[in-house]
Design a protein around this ligand. Sequence first.
Ligand SMILES: C[S@@+](CC[C@H](N)C(=O)[O-])C[C@H]1O[C@@H](n2cnc3c(N)ncnc32)[C@H](O)[C@@H]1O
Length: 353
Amino acid sequence: MQRLPPLPSLQEIIRIYGLSAQKKLSQNFLLDMNLTKKIVRSAGKLNDALVIEVGPGPGGITRPILNSNTKKVIVIEKDRRFLPSLQILAEASSQKLEVVHGDILSTDLQQFVSPEFHSHWQDPPPNIHIIGNLPFSVSTPLIIQWLHHMSNKSSIWKFGRVPLTLTFQKEVAERIVAPPKSEYRCRLSVMSQYLCDAQLKFSIQGKAFVPPPKVDVGVVHFVPKVQPLIQQNFTLVEKVNRHLFQMPNKYYPKPLSTLFPLDREDLVSDMVEKSGINVELRAFELTIEDIGNLCNVYAEIVKKEPDIFTYDFRSKKSAKERRKRGTLIESLEEKLLSNYYVESDSENVDVAR
Ligand SMILES: C[S@@+](CC[C@H](N)C(=O)[O-])C[C@H]1O[C@@H](n2cnc3c(N)ncnc32)[C@H](O)[C@@H]1O
C-alpha cells in the first residue's frame, strides 16, 4: 500500500505559505488529523477508488484520502493560494493527486471520470467518491444542484450512483436527515430523502476548526437510491415542497393552496381528495409517500392545465390578496434556506446561486 512520505505538518504548511483563513471564503480549517481521518472513513472503503475532494484548502482531508489506497484523487480548490501546497502533496503522492483550480459550483464532475470507473444505475455504487468540507454557503446550494443532477442521472451520476460525504452546518445536517414529525423536517429533508439514503455520520464541534465557526458541523453521507421515492421531475417536486414547507406547522391544504390562483380552490380540494391524505396532517408530518401522492396529483393537474405550473403566488396582485388571507407566512426554515433555492420554475434552471 502506497503511503505519503513524511511531510511538514498542516500547521507548518499554513505558516510556510502564509495561508491565513479568508473570511470572505468562509475558510475554517480542520487541522486535527483524527477528525479528518474520521471524515474520510465515513465515506466507506476507498481501495482503488477515484476520489474527488471539493475545497481541499491546506489538505487536511486530502492526506488521509491519499493514504487510503485510493487509485486517483482529484481536488478542486477555488483559492489559488492553496495550489502550491497542494502541489507538494501531488508530488509526494507520485502524481496520484491531480490539483484543479476552479469553482465547484460551475465544475462538471463527469470530466474527471475515466471509463474504468463507469457503472450502471441499478448496480452497486461505482468506486467513485465525492468528499468535501466546504463553506456552509457553498455546501447547501451544491447539494441541491447535485440532487438535481442525481434525479436526471446527469453529470457524474451518468456513471452510476456516486455517493457523497459532505459537511454542513449541524442544523442543516439535522434537517437533511429529519424524519416526518421532527422539528427539523423541511423541504431539504424531503428533497434529500426521496432521492438518497442520507445518514448523519457524526458531528464536530465548531471549536475543532481554525478559526472556529460559531456553529457545530455535521458530516452527512448520501447514497443515491436506485428508485427515487417520488416519480416526478425534480422541479415539480421542489415546487410542491417549497409551497408545503412555507408553513410547515399548518394543516397541509393551507400551504398547498398557494400553488393555485385564489379562484381555483377547486384544485386544492381535488388534490386533497385524490391524494386521500388526512386533512388534519401538518406539512411537517407528511411522509415522503404522502408528498409523492400530492406531487402525482399536481402533475396530473398541470398536464391538463399547463398554466397552473407558472402561477406565482408572490406576484404583486396575488401576494396582496394572500397576505390578507394569511397564506403568506415566512417560516424560519424559509429564512434559513431561501437563499439556496431558485424562485423560478423553469426546468433548466441552475439551482445554485
Ligand atoms: C471550510 S474550508 C475547509 C478546508 C479543508 N477542506 C479543511 O477541512 O480544512 C473550505 C475550502 O473550500 C474552498 N472553497 C470555497 N468555495 C469554493 C468553491 N466554490 N469551489 C471550490 N473550493 C471552494 C475554500 O477556499 C477553502 O479552502
